[in-house]
Design a protein around this ligand. Structure first.
Ligand SMILES: NC(=O)c1ccc[n+]([C@@H]2O[C@H](COP(=O)([O-])OP(=O)(O)OC[C@H]3O[C@@H](n4cnc5c(N)ncnc54)[C@H](O)[C@@H]3O)[C@@H](O)[C@H]2O)c1
Ligand SMILES: O=C(O)[C@H](O)COP(=O)(O)O
Length: 527
């Protein structure tokens, strides 16, 4: 049974799903060196933001197939290192959207009405109404930085509260902003005009310390800043100075550059100007159930050999699309494996032609599947959907992808041509009844055979007696033929013969086959 390590607090519903297929160990708060020590035992790792999955941990994870992040941000995972090692990284892109958006709104209102301080004051026995005169958000301008899933939900709710909306997001169209009711502006204008600024951007090279002394100097002194996205996007030292100097009126922070926030952080000393929560954006019962189910199901599927629906390092596919594409991915992988073995040596070039209904599908996933098949002879289980493209690129394999929707011999078919150090070979395949794979041509000779584990392909002169000779030769080596088919373009020209065998070809037999008069080439293939 595979083993899953859960190293952050995950809702029980997720653990129950994992237990259907794996032995699950829940060990929260492991020091990094302990994680490096035990990770080789595990096939999957399930985390939240509390575990930093470093290159060292990934390199030690020799059995790791998947890292599941029960939440959105994967900035605590070294995704490039995971990709290089062929480990799929999945997250839950939408499971905690509402929770995070509601937390940002709660922070904005808490900050405006001094709710945390007023609460503290009453609990300490006081009845002080004068110290907590707040401000309204109604008719104020809210600047949203990052108009993605969370930013959009914040926008909708803020609009309903009567706020005017500005947004800065260089990757969002004006049309989308209009739909949400936001005026798309540049960052400078947003900073200068907003009464509230709420951040909903990922932490990237571009956004690291995006909010710094320069930005704070341009904000209205009455403005308030809310960050429920990622800590590193604000320079915390600059913010503490700006709040102390009155360059802005307040800040509400849920996330910090280092978590837990340092005990001596100056942010802790800013009294009622600041509201701090310990990364609670996703901490609702509903969100935790959503993300636990979403990610546990993906881990379960990957451990069962099925694709994941929200992988961040392989082509993302919606579940319904994936369901439809699954047989074609299997077809692409089988044909890739077959053409790779026919090509024999080094492959420099792979032409992937999607035909018929396949021309209208997610070609990226089909290409990855074909590459996985192509490289499987050389790399065996080291190649997978995650690293197939990188491995192909590193080997200098150029991929050309073409589409021909008009070709309708079969509902959808895939043609692969591999060119390399030993020449060029092509195969075509299609699905029978939407599920069963058929090889429909080899080197442009028409055939119609299902792929089987052991196969023999010959290129020969189409002449009487040759099939019998090959049959007798196989018989004399005690190899049983399960099925046989010949494909030719013209009578007595060249032909291919495809044999499905019950047994692998014994040592030396291929050389004997090559000696048969009329045989030009012969290849054994194991699929
Ligand atoms: N506090 C929490 O507990 C909590 C919970 C969930 C998500 N988050 C964080 O919130 C953030 C937003 O999550 P989401 O689900 O809305 O993501 P999303 O991908 O849907 O949206 C992010 C938006 O940021 C925009 N963006 C990227 N780079 C930008 C830049 N340089 N300037 C301006 N905009 C830029 C993108 O175009 C996108 O529209 C993420 O960092 C996520 O990790 C935090
Ligand atoms: O990116 C996220 O999903 C949030 O930051 C939530 O983090 P958490 O799962 O550690 O609460």
């Amino acid at each position: 049974m595979p083993k899953v390590l859960v190293s952050d607090s995950i809702d029980q519903v997720g653990i129950d799903i994992l237990c259907q297929v794996a032995q699950v160990d829940v060990r929260i708060g492991l020091p990094p060196e302990e994680l490096v020590r035990i990770i080789p035992e595990y096939d999957a790792l399930m985390i939240r933001s509390g575990t930093r999955v470093t290159q060292e941990i990934i390199e030690a994870g020799d059995n790791l197939k998947i890292i599941g992040r029960a939440g959105v941000g994967v900035d605590n995972v070294d995704v490039p290192a995971a990709t290089r090692k062929g480990i799929v990284v999945v997250n839950s892109p939408e499971g905690n959207t509402i929770a995070a958006a509601e937390h940002a709104l709660a922070m904005m209102l808490s900050l405006s009405r001094y709710i945390p301080d007023a609460n503290q004051s009453v609990k300490s026995g006081k009845w002080d109404r004068k110290s907590f005169i707040g401000v309204e958000v109604y008719k104020k301008t809210l600047g949203i930085v990052g108009l993605g899933k969370i930013g959009s939900h914040v926008a909708t709710a803020a609009k309903a509260m009567g706020m005017k909306l500005l947004a800065y997001d260089p990757f969002i169209s004006q049309e989308r902003a209009d739909q949400i009711g936001c005026r798309l502006v540049d960052l400078d204008l947003l900073i200068r005009e907003s009464d509230y600024i709420t951040l909903h951007i990922p932490k990237t090279k571009e956004t690291y310390h995006l909010f710094n002394a320069d930005i704070f100097s341009k904000m209205k002194p009455t403005a308030r800043l809310i960050n429920c996205a990622r800590g590193g996007v604000i320079n915390e030292a600059d913010l503490a100075v700006a709040l102390t100097n009155g360059q802005l009126a307040g800040a509400a922070l849920d996330v910090f550059e280092n978590e837990p926030l340092e005990a001596d952080s100056p942010l802790r000393e800013l009294g009622s100007k600041i509201v701090l929560t310990p990364h609670l954006g996703a901490s609702t019962e509903e969100a935790q159930v959503n993300v636990a189910i979403d990610v546990a199901e993906q881990i379960r599927d990957v451990l069962l050999g099925l694709p994941a629906r929200s992988a961040v390092n392989i082509p993302g596919l919606y579940p319904d699309v994936l369901e439809k594409l699954k047989p074609y991915l299997q077809l692409a992988e089988t044909l890739g494996n077959l053409v790779g073995q026919l090509a024999g040596g080094r492959v420099d070039f792979l032409d992937v032609r999607l035909q018929g209904e396949l021309a209208g599908t997610n070609s990226q996933a089909v290409v990855v599947a074909a590459l996985k098949g192509l490289l499987s002879k050389a790399l065996r289980e080291r190649v997978n959907y995650v690293n197939a493209s990188i491995e192909a690129k590193e080997r200098g394999i150029r991929v050309i992808e073409t589409r021909d929707a008009a070709l309708t011999d079969y509902t959808g078919s895939l043609h692969l041509e591999a060119k390399g150090s030993l020449g060029s070979h092509s195969v075509t395949g299609a699905l029978l009844g939407d599920q069963e794979i058929r090889i429909t041509s080899v080197d442009d000779f028409p055939i119609n055979v299902p792929p089987t584990r052991f196969m023999l392909f010959t290129l020969h002169r189409d002449m009487p007696g040759i099939i019998g000779k090959i049959g007798s030769l196989l018989g004399s080596f005690n190899v049983n033929i399960a099925s046989m088919q010949v494909g030719r373009k013209i009578v007595r020209g060249e032909a291919v013969m495809v044999l499905s065998l019950d047994d692998p070809l014994p040592e030396g037999l291929l050389a004997e086959i090559m000696k048969v008069s009329g045989i030009r080439d012969a290849y054994t293939v194991t699929l």
